[in-house]
Design a protein around this ligand. Sequence first.
Ligand SMILES: [Zn+2]
Length: 283
Amino acid sequence: MLVSSKSLLNDAQRNHYAIAAFNFYNLDILYAVLDAAEEKKSPVILQLYALYFSFLRPAPIAAAALAAIAESPVPVALHLDHSNDYDQILCALDHGFNSVMIDASKLPLKENMEITSKVVQTAHTYGAFTEAELGQIFRIGQTTDGQKDQKADPEEARLFVAETGVDSLAPAVGSAHGMYVEAPKLDFERIEAISRIVDVPLVLHGGSGTPDDMIKKAINCGIAKLNIGTELKYGWSKAIGEAQKNGEKEPRITSAYARNHVMEIAKQKIELCGSINQQHVFE
Ligand SMILES: [Zn+2]
């Protein structure tokens, strides 16, 4: 069933667990995540990366995701991930996404706050939930042009949330997008400092490949939403490759094999988040 990210994340924040937010890149991954959530009786967030929102075409992919969510017995929110485009966000809201992220983190703070405020105001007229990024979360291997520390500052985070009214915050705390070559250096003290000073739920991006104990510690320090994208994407590709290498040519069979593989990854992440059997009443 479709529920708001607000009720999911507020509950997670209150009860010290996290909601796994899985990026889906096709229907195999969408179904795999829902199957995993159903098996674990866990709420989840399904999210579509901005590039995929356009690639999969807004109207049909939103309709398919919303129909699959409506059929599912577990609480699920539908979220647009990392959009830097106001019109795209508006399009997602028009098509029924009930949660959106504006990522204006490349802009100077003042401009990031302006565009975030605008998105928050618009999204709230739809009853939708919002997320924004503060500091800059890099891609693995990305050069930072000498700007080594782009982590979010706690006081800036407080000001950002107070001024924009954003419902959740993804502060840069040392994680990165993609698959880590070596373990990331998460700044747990910073997560704690931000969670003490900011009352909205905090989001950790770049969860793929982060060692389990680090994820657990981040949740203990105040992370309420854990984003997982790359691991599902790589898992799906690897499984499709294996099935084809074994001579399988039938898409239904290769897809089923990949779905199972992705479902196992999703179940493990749900366990890690501590959201199993979180059978609260969500709106
Ligand atoms: Zn991200």
